[in-house]
Ligand binder design. Structure first.
Ligand SMILES: *Cc1c(COP(=O)(O)O)cnc(C)c1O
Length: 379
């Protein structure tokens, strides 16, 4: 091309995700909210946290929600409240974020890592059953990427064996199973409000939702120095794991928009799926008959994942890998003694999975750019 010839400007890069700053109207409302809470100066528990807890419990179809400092602490405090401790085991899928296992370890119990179903990428009752042993106290189904675990067989198995079920719903805000929100099943469900999650705060936050008022009361005590209903009376040795009032106020505003955001994620996922139907990548499995998918992540599969990722970076399409190393191969869990090859489906997913850009404000043009870039790989 000769110097000075007119060329079209390069298309803008497609970011992996866009948070609240991409929505000016929402930002204005959130800034007003932050100012109101700051002027009130009631930062610790109190009315903002209680209001969000009521709203989130109603949204999840549970009797109670308890706001805590993160998704990890939601899981850890729930397991502690259920009485897990040294010598106990909890079943965790190896194809998850490391926090699911960390929460078990935080109680002194041991995570028993099991493989996942290759197609759905999730835990199943069949995979769980052989791992249940006399000291198994809990199973933690992880609704990874926003796709729900097939819960009916799992709940039946755990009921029969006297094992608790605590959902890790940190990627599944708003997902439903049968006719109810996924958080309303089992003993409790745990959510994260990490900024990039489908319901994200401006920092860390989390919640436990449950119908078990006794369990909720224990978690409430554990999040704040083991204090019981009586002020200054500390029933157990605990710590500081409260949801911040500023985060609660922000989350109340964003909860009102969550269903709309989920609908936009679903329609973007449907467009992406259609546009990639002829491409060489493996597409996410459709939900089970009773299940749901809220597309926290839209992850495809490729044997040439790393080369595909480089190709997309060259096309200025941002991607991410969730997660490059399954939990059992992390150095932190070396002591469990599960080497390479022990949980093959989780290991293949770690090698082949690639998450594409998908967020509520993604445009049709951005979706088309992603699909074109993926389809041109290897051509
Ligand atoms: C984000 C996440 C967590 C942990 O949540 P934090 O708020 O970051 O502590 C746990 N499990 C899964 C599946 C997650 O995605």
């Amino acid at each position: 091309m000769t110097a000075g010839a007119s060329t079209a400007p390069p298309a803008a890069a497609v970011p992996f995700t866009v948070l609240d700053a991409g929505d000016p109207e929402l930002m204005a409302e959130l800034m007003t909210t932050v100012e109101r809470v700051a002027l009130d100066s009631a930062f610790t528990l109190g009315a903002e946290v209680e209001r969000f807890e009521r709203e989130f419990a109603a949204y999840c179809g549970t009797g109670t929600a308890v706001g805590v400092s993160s998704g990890t602490s939601a899981l850890a405090l729930t397991l502690t409240a259920l009485g897990l401790g040294p010598g106990d085991e909890a079943i965790v899928p190896a194809n998850s974020f490391v926090a699911t296992a960390e929460a078990v370890s935080a109680t002194g119990a041991t995570p028993r890592l099991v493989d996942v179903d290759e197609e759905t990428e999730l835990l199943t009752a069949e995979l769980c059953e052989p791992a249940i042993r006399p000291r198994t106290r809990c199973v933690i189904p992880v609704h990874l990427r926003g796709r729900t675990v097939e819960l009916d067989p799992l709940l039946a198995l755990c009921r029969e064996r006297g094992v608790a079920v605590v959902s890790d719903a940190c990627q599944a805000h708003g997902a439903r199973y049968r006719d109810r929100p996924v958080g309303s099943y089992g003993d409790a469900a745990c959510f994260s409000f990490y900024p990039t999650k489908n319901l994200g705060a401006w920092g860390d936050g989390g919640a436990v939702v449950t119908d078990d008022e006794w369990l909720a009361e224990r978690v409430r005590s554990l999040r704040s120095h083991g204090e019981g209903r009586r002020r200054n009376r500390h029933e157990t040795v605990a710590g500081t794991d409260r949801l911040h009032a500023l985060q609660a106020a922000i989350l109340s505003v964003k909860l009102r928009r969550l269903d709309d955001c989920t609908a936009r994620r679903r329609s973007a996922a449907a467009e992406l799926r259609a546009a990639l139907a002829e491409s060489a990548v493996g597409l996410p499995a459709a939900p089970d008959t009773h299940g749901d998918h809220v597309f926290h992540l839209f992850s495809v599969r490729s044997r040439a994942r790393d080369a595909l990722r480089d190709h997309l970076a060259g096309e200025r399409v941002a991607t991410a890998v969730h997660y490059p190393t399954p939990i059992h191969l992390q150095p932190a869990y070396r002591a469990l003694g599960l080497g390479p090859g022990s949980l093959p489906a989780s290991e293949r997913l770690a090698r082949e999975s690639l998450s594409l850009p998908l967020f509520p404000t993604i445009s049709a043009a951005q979706i088309e750019r992603v699909a074109t870039a993926v389809s041109s790989f290897g051509r």
